[in-house]
Design a protein around this ligand. Structure first.
Ligand code: HSE
Length: 298
């Protein structure tokens, strides 16, 4: 009647795939407990780590749970405990981990009536509360793992993309908060056709590179000419981190989701740790507090 789950952090956009591409960070995430209760409805029983609302209608995990609860007909309820490790506003899918965790756990307790795409649809409602718009590029990799591409929201269609065997991510999180809603408001409503061409060429070639284990092409494709020029200004020492990581043999560097976290991809754990060191060298001179994670992408 109770399940403990780990709900992973994720990197959305992956440079050229704004709002559609994302990957899962297996070793970073939140812990949650979901429990059946005699009392009907959805209740948030405990939240640790960060100060978040207990009212289910105002809580990301609560809103996605309510969306699922409305779609089922049961004479019991659920309570949710959230042990949050992913800082809200960090750019590694904090709200998505909450949104996905509650519906994943409920689905397990119900005997899995819903598939992962259906779970994503419920979770979109929770994610929308946090970012004020519907997008699934963090939710899908949190549920499916690895790399995913959200082909369309309506109808919801998610594609799983294979990951080369030796692909690692190094993610740095400077300890400032950027709200997704604010970071979206910065973006232009229209983009020049020439930039759009560059961006979709990069996205197509990145997806091809992931399918064909072509590390060099992964690196050549990790460019974002549309969003990064606007958002990088919010991230302290973004260009310095980028140059240091590339010098340490990162295949590519970009903003993780809506920032301020920065992700880098590389081949092999040794390089990933060298990149970690190079980024530490940049930030430790600036007085900015930061956290760094190295993880294999599965
Ligand atoms: N695709 C979203 C954005 C991810 O960049 O705004 C952040 O939640």
């Amino acid at each position: 009647n109770e399940i403990k789950i780990f709900s992973p952090a994720t990197v959305a956009n992956v440079a050229c795939g704004f709002d559609v591409l994302g990957f899962c960070l297996d070793s970073v995430g939140d812990d949650m407990v979901i429990r059946k209760t005699a009392k009907k409805g959805i209740h948030i029983a405990n939240i640790e780590g960060f100060d978040l609302p207990y009212e289910a209608e105002l809580n990301v995990a609560g809103v996605s749970a309510l969306a699922m609860y409305e779609a089922i007909d049961v004479d019991f309820g659920f309570e949710i405990e959230i042990y949050k490790n992913i800082k809200p506003g960090s750019g590694i899918g904090s709200s998505a981990a909450s949104a996905v965790g509650s519906v994943f756990g409920m689905n397990e307790l119900l005997g899995k009536p819903f598939n992962k795409t259906e779970l994503t649809a419920f979770a979109i409602e929770g994610e929308a509360l946090a970012s004020k718009c519907e997008h699934a590029d963090n939710l899908a990799p949190a549920l499916f793992g690895g790399f995913t591409l959200v082909k369309s929201l309506s109808p919801l269609k998610i594609l799983e993309i294979p990951t080369p065997n030796d692909l690692y991510a190094t993610i740095v999180h400077p300890q400032i908060e950027i709200k997704t809603s604010e970071s979206r408001a910065l973006l232009p409503k229209e983009v020049p056709l020439s930039d759009a061409i560059t961006q979709w060429a990069n996205l197509g070639s990145l997806v091809h590179a992931l399918h064909t284990n072509d590390y060099e092409l992964i690196g050549n494709s990790l460019n974002d000419v549309i969003v990064e020029p606007y958002r990088s200004q919010l991230i302290p020492y973004f260009n310095e981190v980028k140059q240091a990581a590339l010098k340490a043999n990162a295949l590519g560097v970009g903003i993780s989701g809506s920032g301020p976290s920065i992700f880098t991809l590389c081949k092999g754990s040794e390089t990933a740790n060298k990149i970690k060191q190079a980024i530490q060298d940049v930030y430790s001179k600036t007085g900015i507090d930061f956290e760094i994670h190295v993880t294999k992408i599965n």
